[in-house]
Design a protein around this ligand. Structure first.
Ligand code: NAD
Length: 260
């Protein structure tokens, strides 16, 4: 494979499984050294083992992105190991199905802490390193849930809309350093997160297993479930020099499920 990310150092949060894992594998395949950061250290180590087996340099780091100090410790670990940071992919995220009328602090706090504060804290932590040389990239995992409406998980929708807003604001900050900040907005991706959503939405609507997912996938023009690798391809593009003139954008990667 062409290696446009040769000599680059990337941090991918939530890279122990799902979309984050696919992103870590893709960035490594394009030449980057990858810090695989996850709350679940065993899962992070598993991704690193997969990379190491093919001779790619990688580092597993346990981090809770909701904890600001841990985000700064993550950046320190990576700098101690490789001396630079070029790419940050803020992928770690959580979702919870619950009627909006019943949401309390116990629901809102973790969702906003991981999905919004985690993105902000990781950006804060890598900023001094990214500002040292032009060409850095930040890619945030938002969602088409940031742009569409529903009532099953409004706190998730709101957290992802906050990521879209933050992406624009940080694009303003980083532009003088020639560092690009963008988001991707996936649709219905075949991961553990959607396994959970299919179960919960199915339960609440009396649907058999797989039906909630199938109904939503049918809204995608490309008419198939999205794979983690579909997202990883778009993220890799945004991390490459091909995307040097793209910043502040939140790009839909959803098979045409949402068209604006
Ligand atoms: P997933 O649940 O399969 O994996 C999430 C990973 O993040 C796990 O490895 C988990 O351990 C890690 N994680 C969770 N909380 C963390 C924390 N506090 N600190 C560090 N790591 C943490 O999810 P996924 O489907 O791969 O989703 C990845 C991202 O893509 C999320 O931000 C999600 O909101 C977004 N997204 C997913 C879909 C989808 O359909 N699956 C669609 C749009 C956006």
């Amino acid at each position: 494979m062409n290696q446009p990310l040769q000599s680059k150092v990337a941090i991918v949060t939530g890279a122990g499984r799902g979309i984050g894992r696919a992103i870590a594998l893709r960035l490594a395949a394009e030449g980057a050294r990858v810090a695989v950061a996850d709350l679940d250290l065993g899962a992070a180590e598993d991704t690193v083992a997969t990379l190491s087996a093919t001779g790619q340099e990688a580092l597993a780091v346990q981090v809770d992105v909701a904890d600001r100090a841990q985000c700064f410790a993550l950046a320190e670990r990576v700098l101690a190991r490789w001396g630079r940071i070029d790419i940050l992919v803020n992928n770690a995220g959580i979702v919870q199905v619950k009627p909006w009328q019943e949401l309390t602090d116990a629901d809102l706090d973790p969702t906003l802490a991981v999905n919004f504060k985690g993105v902000l804290y990781c950006c804060q932590a890598v900023a001094p390193a990214l500002e040292k040389q032009p060409g850095g990239k930040i890619v945030n995992l938002a969602s088409i849930a940031a742009k569409t409406a529903g009532t099953a998980f409004v706190h998730y929708n709101a957290s992802k809309a906050a990521v879209v807003a933050l992406t624009r604001c940080l694009a303003v900050h980083f532009a003088p350093f020639a560092v690009n900040v963008n988001s991707v907005c996936p649709g219905i991706v075949d991961t553990r997160m959607w396994e959970y959503l299919d179960y919960e939405l199915g339960e609440s609507q009396g649907l058999p297993k797989g039906e909630a997912l199938r109904q939503r996938v049918a809204r995608a023009l490309l008419n198939r479930v999205e794979k983690p690798e579909d997202v990883a391809g778009a993220v890799a593009y945004l991390c490459s020099p091909n995307a040097d003139y793209i910043t502040g954008q939140s790009i839909n990667v959803c098979g045409g499920m949402y068209l604006q």
